[in-house]
Design a protein around this ligand. Structure first.
Ligand SMILES: Nc1nc2c(c(=O)[nH]1)N[C@H]1C(S)=C(S)[C@@H](COP(=O)(O)O)O[C@H]1N2
Ligand SMILES: [Mo]
Length: 315
């Protein structure tokens, strides 16, 4: 796992580099007038991003959402590079239309579904969720999406569907990160059916009432707010209903560090750092880390899914 070790150390150092650079840019922006830092970004501005028709959804936190700039320039999307700024730099030309999702496995309606077929019957909801990365940083994100369960039901999963597996697009021409063996491509993730059908689990198509920026996983990405961020697979092209637990990219690359469940749990440390606290992006250089909550604060909604399961062993 040579390449892996290399990546993880970058990941950690890039966080602090980013903060310092960011703080420096903010200082400049303050000195030069608002917007100086934002103007330097190649990504689409909030104003220039196409609007979506949405309705208010349940479960939103009243914590202040992170800025558009934070959410769209501080990303993990290794297909576009491993530094936090790489996805917004390298994903701008990524083609998200036409987009087809292949549905297979233990269900009555397998097939190929176009992006518009996927969205058609669903009302798009605004849902402001906490987001907790396994690297111990967090944000608050105003997603737009619809319950994953409502989508999965349309494919008529049968009694043998115990899990659902997802894959990201594999296209090294468009995704420069896939030209190197950082992970085993394509990125794969999975959920139990109970997790997938839970009303908190969101198929996200937007943020801040706008279309999802490419770097955030356009055109379709999962959001499971009680789990570490890596479960929220981006740019999904395959959904498969399975009888057995699907393999997942991070578990394949470091099984002792990243489990299948990956529920946010301040009592179970990552082998290389504590998970007890988290750094809220945008809180400022001198802000203290805040405590991490069990299930990222969603225990009331989801703890019952894991009754009887030892979450120290099944992390
Ligand atoms: N395909 C794919 N999905 C991915 C990732 C990735 O590298 N590739 N990174 C994950 C991680 S570690 C996190 S924290 C979130 C980040 O989502 P955001 O950039 O929208 O905040 O996406 C997740 N989904
Ligand atoms: Mo993450």
């Amino acid at each position: 796992m040579k390449s892996f070790d290399k990546i993880r150390s970058w990941e950690i150092t890039s966080e602090s580099n980013y903060l310092n650079r960011r703080q420096f840019l903010r200082g400049l922006a303050l000195a030069a007038g608002a917007g100086a830092a934002a103007a330097a970004l190649p990504g689409r501005s909030l104003a220039a991003t196409p609007e979506l028709q949405t309705v208010p959804g349940p479960y939103s936190t009243d914590e202040a959402p992170n800025s558009w700039e934070d959410i769209t320039t501080y990303n993990n999307f290794y297909e576009f590079g491993t530094d936090k700024e790489d996805p917004y730099r390298n994903a701008q030309e990524f083609r998200t239309r036409p987009w087809t999702v292949k549905v297979s496995g233990e269900c009555g309606k397998p097939g190929r579904y176009d992006y518009d077929d996927i969205l058609r019957p669903h009302a798009l909801e605004d849902r402001v969720y906490r987001h907790r990365c396994v690297e111990a940083w967090s944000m608050v994100v105003p997603w737009v999406g619809f319950p994953l369960g409502d989508l999965l039901r349309r494919f008529e999963p049968n009694a043998d569907a115990k899990y659902v597996a997802f894959k990201t697009l594999f296209d090294p021409e468009q995704m420069p990160g896939q030209r190197r063996a950082i992970l085993r491509w394509p990125y794969e993730e999975g959920l139990t059916m109970a997790e997938a059908m839970h009303p908190l689990t969101l198929m996200a198509v937007g943020v801040y009432g706008k279309e999802l920026p490419n770097q955030n996983g356009a055109p379709l990405r999962l959001v499971i707010p009680w789990k570490y961020g890596f479960k929220g697979i981006k740019s999904i092209v395959e959904i498969e209903f399975t009888q057995s637990q699907p393999r997942t990219s991070w578990n394949l690359s470091a099984p002792n560090e990243y489990g299948f469940y990956a529920n946010v749990n301040p009592a179970v440390d990552h082998p290389r750092w504590s998970q007890a606290r988290e750094r809220r992006i945008g809180a400022g250089l001198f802000a203290e880390k805040q405590p991490t909550l069990p299930f990222n604060g969603y225990a009331g909604e989801v703890a019952a899914l894991y009754a009887g399961l030892d979450l120290r062993k099944n992390y």
